[in-house]
Design a protein around this ligand. Structure first.
Ligand SMILES: [Zn+2]
Length: 484
């Protein structure tokens, strides 16, 4: 019993993995659609047919419902929802964050979740608002941690209990929370209370909070970004190492007449056509969709198709090692997502540690690509090159007799010996015509080479076009200019 997680492939800090809950297996990254028993636009059984291996519902709603409480206790949640995949239950913490109080204790909600045979139980943690000051966040985190310790103590180590990571907007508190849930032995860690951050498009803050939590959560734990439901940000979150998302958005958006795409959402009234390949969009005109008595359900189905397809695309990108390209593409859909992407790139030193060594390709997509983990790693490894005393770095690729070694130059990576011409990343990188940003980054590679080989005299031959950038990045280096 219990919950375990195994990472099978990785890219950046993202993983394709296998979450095992009791005898059930969920492929990750995965989306858990949120089910509200009182308003179901799409039934759990239909979700199962769409390949959904896990769903999430709110135990608090069941515990307070005259219609459902006794029936769920006697028949079990799977029978009541008619779903045989993994069902995760939330405790009522969300209600706590919205209404301020819930009439249930930590052990009561966990006992209830156990008794209705939920597969993953969530304790009554306190989702700290991002507006909370430090003292509040710290106090609430301490209460959350007491409840998590209590959960382990009362229900035992093998109980399938999630260990939410709180701490508000404060990086050190998120780190503390990650460290403490790991010490308590939790292998399933939702990162909580990020919904308000995402609703306000504060993706830079999201990156800071998630990276802080990931720094201390065990790499063997499955990480769930609680409440993240818009597909536009899945790639960014996956790159940080989030394995699970849950979506109430597909249904909430549908009720508001909103049509999701991976680049953002449209009001159905704004659409001139249906830019999607799903069967709803291919069998309806935009007018039929807008005026259908089934509009909300059809929109919910479309939103789910878009969301699930994005998860599939992310899995493929991880398998190929092209997740950075997907992150780059998605994050250009909104300026705040771009801010989040740039913030993520500032963590390249941390991310490089988990990034894989070989990938299918490296596509240069603009300045941001210069800060990617592959570039950083390549330049770190330049120190390992064995070089003679006199070395030429030739931008034009031509060797000169008088040098012991001649290195070629490929921006944004930097100098390389011809033996590396076919290997990743030099061989598998596609770049357009050289621009200042990539050449500048490549020159930092030359600097790394110079600094790590103090006994080697490095001479660079380049055209006048690049000489200024070279001299700015590599001071006291010998330059032989060639005509442009
Ligand atoms: Zn569609």
């Amino acid at each position: 019993m219990g919950i375990s997680f195994e990472s099978l492939y990785s890219d950046i800090a993202g993983r394709c993995g296998k979450l095992t809950v009791g005898k059930k297996i969920v492929k990750t990254p995965a989306l858990l659609p949120v089910i509200n028993p009182h308003l179901q636009l799409v039934s759990p059984k239909e979700l199962r047919k769409m390949g959904v291996e896990a769903i999430i519902t709110n135990a608090y709603i069941f515990s307070q419902s005259k219609q459902y409480r006794e029936r769920t206790l006697s028949e079990g949640l799977h029978k009541v929802l008619d779903y045989d995949g993994v069902i995760m239950t939330d405790s009522g913490s969300f209600q706590l964050s919205v209404y301020g109080e819930v009439s249930i204790t930590n052990t009561e909600t966990l006992s209830f979740q156990r008794d209705i045979k939920s597969d993953i139980w969530v304790p009554l943690d306190i989702p700290t608002s991002p507006a909370a000051d430090r003292q509040t966040a710290e106090g609430e985190l301490s209460i959350t941690m007491q409840r998590l310790a209590e959960a382990k103590q009362v229900f035992g180590n093998d109980a399938p209990i999630a260990g939410p990571v709180q701490g508000g907007i404060f990086e050190d508190l998120r780190e503390r929370a990650g460290r403490e849930v790991t010490a308590l032995g939790f292998t399933f860690c939702p990162i909580g209370a990020v919904v308000p951050i995402m609703e306000q498009y504060r993706y830079r803050d999201l990156v800071s909070v998630v990276m802080a939590a990931k720094r201390t959560i065990s790499p063997a734990a499955c990480v769930h970004l609680f409440g993240a439901g818009h597909p536009a940000m899945f790639a960014l979150a996956t790159a940080m190492g989030c394995d699970l998302f849950d979506s109430a958005a597909y249904a909430l958006y549908a009720k508001e007449g909103r049509y999701m795409t991976v680049h953002g959402s449209y009001k159905i009234d704004e659409l001139a056509d249906l830019p999607c390949a799903c069967n709803i969009c291919r069998t309806h005109t935009v007018e039929e969709l807008r005026t259908s008595p089934q509009r909300d359900r059809l929109l919910a189905l479309h939103n789910l198709h878009v969301t699930l397809a994005e998860i599939a695309r992310i899995r493929q990108a991880i398998t190929d090692g092209s997740l950075w390209e997907l992150v780059d593409e998605r994050c250009r859909g909104h300026p705040q997502l771009l801010a989040g992407y740039r913030a993520l790139l500032l963590h390249n030193t941390e991310l490089e540690k988990t990034d894989r060594t070989s990938k299918r390709r490296f596509f240069y997509r603009g300045d941001e690509s210069c800060a990617r983990t592959e570039v950083l790693r390549y330049q770190q490894q330049l120190s390992r090159l064995r070089l003679g005393r006199e070395v030429l770095v030739a931008f034009d690729g031509g060797a000169r007799e008088e040098f012991d070694d001649t290195l070629l130059f490929k921006p944004p990576f930097g100098p390389y010996p011809k033996e590396l011409r076919e290997t990743f990343p030099i061989g598998q990188s596609e770049i357009p015509e050289w621009d200042d940003a990539m050449v500048r980054q490549g020159c930092r590679g030359i600097r790394a080479l110079v600094e790590s080989h103090p006994d080697t005299r490095v001479v660079v031959s380049c055209s006048k076009r690049w000489e200024t950038i070279l001299r700015q990045e590599v001071t006291d280096c010998e330059v032989r200019s060639e005509p442009v």
